[in-house]
Write a protein that binds this ligand. Structure first.
Ligand code: SF4
Length: 465
């Protein structure tokens, strides 16, 4: 059966009404609300609480910040090092941080999710990957069936890297690609032939990786609806990824000054940029991919698509995921954890991060302890952004409150969106329409207690569309 995406009613006027700054809700409260009132003592207290859940597995995110050079579009927290060398010292520091965590969490807490992100994790040599993996798993063993994932840049990842990672037990791999079009690649100064990515995908599959993800970005200079459709068709035909994340390029040169190198006049904006995404989404859906949340796609046999069908989908700092763990620890410079009802963000500056660990302290810079109200609103937002529904019965059962009363304001704010055909407000709950899924972040914003009308217009968040 041929699937099709319903794009009816999407118009430039509608887009103009909803294209505004807004959170991506990888956490609630969102990162700009983390504050320096939360520090080492608070984190220790939270880790102590987490240590009492000794039977429950953990999730761990490890940040490996190094890249040989900076891509002009990059929005990540990176440390540019044209030469190898600083990573050895960094690995020493990571080991000490892991040791501090192991001491605080108690003996050999198991991991059901391990994710290495960056930067470029394969800036490490295969031997260094092995060293880090052993440092982690000797303290935090993996559970059977754990999700072990890594982000790689095919331009610097060798076949030796892939075989080492597979032997160690990595089973998911995510490759940055952005766009296959050579002109776009030249415009963003990252040349990555499709054949190179294909060879890495083929080898990863041969080695037994069960899920291959490709990251695309729309909104880059010189992209057109037609060229990006061609890109998506090539990705499907040549790479056939299990998952795709199709991110909106966030042009925030006031935060990421290197983005000023991009030719702003060549950036697609407004309706043109929106059409890049709707065209790409149509291609993926027609090819049989499940549309997950607002920017992910997964083949029906991929765990993420099954999680969607079985209501097990979750959203955290790593994006849309399955298998949420009770606690998620962040390790490395800039890493963020979610531990015992708190968010804890590590220091962003590498020397300061190292100094804290050298002094035997957790390198916590900011964070917050969530209130009961935060937990309620965070759960509601996650439910909506993951499943595109909000059943009022579910809220009542989980939290013992009547959402019609508690969220009367939010429901009122949703009325104009319902009139625009983005959401159906029924007696039993909310249901996002096919048109509304393109504005999912907007539909979550009324439930965000920290987002005043003014805040929504401030440029601390990327645009919602
Ligand atoms: S490889 Fe990735 S993390 Fe590194 S600079 Fe490029 S986009 Fe940023």
């Amino acid at each position: 059966m041929k699937h099709a995406l319903d794009l009816n009613g999407l118009t430039p006027d509608l887009l103009q009404r909803y294209d505004r700054p807004g959170p991506r809700y990888t956490s609630y409260p969102t990162a700009p609300l983390f504050n320096d009132g939360f520090g080492q003592a608070d984190y220790l207290e939270r880790l102590h609480l987490a240590s009492q859940r000794a039977d429950e597995p953990l999730s761990m995110y490890v940040h490996l910040p190094f890249c040989h050079e900076r891509c002009t579009f990059c929005g990540c927290n990176v440390v540019i090092s044209p030469r190898r060398g600083p990573e050895e010292d960094y690995l020493d520091t990571l080991e000490r941080e892991l040791e501090l965590l192991a001491e605080s969490l108690g003996p050999r807490r198991s991991l059901n999710q391990l994710h290495w992100g960056g930067g470029t994790p394969t800036f490490l040599s295969p031997q260094q990957c092995e060293r880090l993996f052993d440092a982690i798993t000797s303290r935090f063993p993996l559970t059977a069936g754990a999700e072990v994932a890594i982000e790689v840049d095919p331009c610097v990842t060798t076949m030796d890297h892939l075989s080492t990672l597979a032997r160690l037990g990595f089973n998911r791999i995510s490759m940055g690609l952005q766009d296959t079009n050579p002109e776009v690649q030249r415009a963003v100064k990252r040349i990555q032939p499709l054949e190179l990515t294909r060879d890495h995908v083929v080898e990863a599959r041969r080695l037994g990786f069960t899920s291959v993800n490709i990251d695309l970005i729309y909104g880059l200079p010189l992209q057109t609806a037609e060229s990006f459709r061609d890109c998506v068709q090539s990705v499907i035909a040549v790479l056939a990824p299990d998952r795709v994340a199709c991110f909106s390029y966030a042009h925030v040169p006031w935060i990421k000054p290197h983005q000023k190198q991009l030719d702003e006049s060549a950036l697609p904006g407004g309706w043109e940029k929106f059409s890049l995404f709707t065209g790409a989404a149509s291609e993926f859906v027609e090819a049989g991919y499940a549309f997950i949340g607002f920017d992910h796609f997964a083949r029906p046999d991929d765990d993420l698509a099954r999680a969607l069908a079985e209501d097990r989908i979750h959203r955290n700092f790593m994006g849309y995921t399955v298998m949420p763990a009770a606690d998620q620890v962040g390790v490395g410079v800039t890493a963020i954890g979610d531990v015992a009802g708190s968010y804890a963000a590590n220091i962003k500056i590498l020397p300061a991060y190292k100094r804290a660990i050298d002094a035997g302290r957790f390198p916590i810079e900011r964070g917050l302890v969530r209130t009961a109200e935060d937990e309620l609103r965070g759960a509601v937002i996650r439910r909506l952004i993951c499943t595109l529904r909000l059943d009022f019965d579910w809220v009542e059962t989980e939290f013992g409150i009547d959402p019609r009363v508690r969220f009367a304001d939010a429901l009122e704010q949703l009325v104009p969106m319902a009139e625009d055909g983005l959401v159906e407000i029924g007696a039993d709950g909310l249901s996002v329409t096919p048109r509304g899924r393109f504005f999912l972040r907007n539909l979550c914003m009324p439930f965000d207690a920290y987002l005043g009308a003014k805040d929504g217009d401030q440029p601390r968040f990327s645009r919602t569309v």
